[in-house]
Design a protein around this ligand. Sequence first.
Ligand code: GLU
Length: 514
Amino acid sequence: MERKVRVRFAPSPTGPLHIGGVRTALYNYLFAKKNGGDFLLRVEDTDQTRFVPGAEEYIIESLKWLGISPDEGQGFNDGPYGPYRQSERKPMYRQYADQLIESGHAYYAFDTAEELDTMRDTLKANGMSPQYDAVSRMSMKNSLTLSSDEVQKRLDAGDPYVIRIKLPRKEEVRFHDIIRGWVVVHTNAMDDKVLFKSDGMPTYHLANVVDDYLMKISHVIRGEEWLPSAPLHVMLYRYLGWEDVMPEFAHLPLILKPDGNGKLSKRDGDRLGFPVFPLNWTDPKTGELSSGYRDAGYFPEAVVNILAFLGWHPADNRELFELEELVQEFSLERVSKSGAKFDVQKAFWFNQQYLRNKTDEELASALQPFLDKEGVQVDKSYLNQVCRLMKEKVSFIHEIYQEGRYFFEPAANWDSALIQKKFKDFTPSVLADLKDAIESSDSFTKETIEHLFHAIVEEKNGRKSGEMMLAFRLSVSGVAGGPPIFDMIAVMGKEATLRNMNAFLSFYQGISAN
Ligand code: GLU
């Protein structure tokens, strides 16, 4: 019988979710939806020492913002396999550790931290890898070396202990990874990892495998950093007798820094000016702020598109995909093995494409909160028109305000160096003529302004229009760039245009008098 596709995103709430983690969640979501399966969110919080308050809420909010909501899981819908937070599943794990001890695949170990250090130092000094394994375990304090009476005595006395997996000395562990093909690891390169800790909690390895089994997970899709753990997980499936329902593995490539080598880090983001987190995050201990895509003005659809392309590509050259389209196109077979370089310019480009595809009304409502923050009040239909003109010019919503301030406030702070460089003797008087003509004109449309401009500049003053364009733009808006000039002026309106031109002409008198 075909197995139902069930996949999970299983983050540990140890801080803000890095975009690598968000991409893992996205690929799991896409794979589930493509295959008519379920997508789960499981919070892996067995390591209480690394717990960070707020991190779980942050993960949930990030997934909601991006629209990749799990079908089951913490913070979303309850399902038949809950609870979905591992700390609440604590009583479920011990029986599997006991089962492994009984079947001879795990053992108690009583070594202290100092004894473990000494063992590792000795091995290193002898040029061997510092592993707790088939050889070294025989000189340590565990239930393989101590008599059963001694073991029982220690257990009864409540001595601290851990439970370790007992790996064979020489065996090949083979498993198939959908992205990487066959992976082969020898047990002599593996550690007898701790499965159960002295605080009564399972480790990541045991809890992860047990939960994937109990939650009927069909595919484990996760970051490459977990590839080294996979052979151990395969051994656990085997020793627990679950090999026939072992999930298929797919280890996703790393997201690499834009320049140089290595994994993308928060420091790269700070250095190159882009977020590596979905949402802003304030570290509860240090108060340090890390910036997020949402707060930096990215659209969630753009972030989904950016992340989809970090390690995956579609069958053709298309680049713009909304979530639904990604679901149709996605396949793990087209995820690459090699790391994906983050491209900052491309991220801007994606956001810009989504911005341009929005209606003027959508942009206006997205801009409204920025204007509210600045205390700027404008009419809705005016804002729609500003958005219509500015959307070709910017990559982010807030840039409509930042780069088009003249639409919202009187022009000021003209660049006198630029003016002195560009202005000719005739420029101010032609500008003054133009201002008078605008003032006495009854009509104020794009066409009339354009017509007046040519009439005054060319016919009345015998100049080329190219000689007056920049001056006209500067006088009205205060800046040298922007949307097509006559459209811009028509939207700004007669009153603002004349007010700015008057202010400019007085300003000019001031600088030319000096
Ligand atoms: N808790 C692990 C993490 O933080 C999960 C790895 C996995 O998906 O197995 O990423």
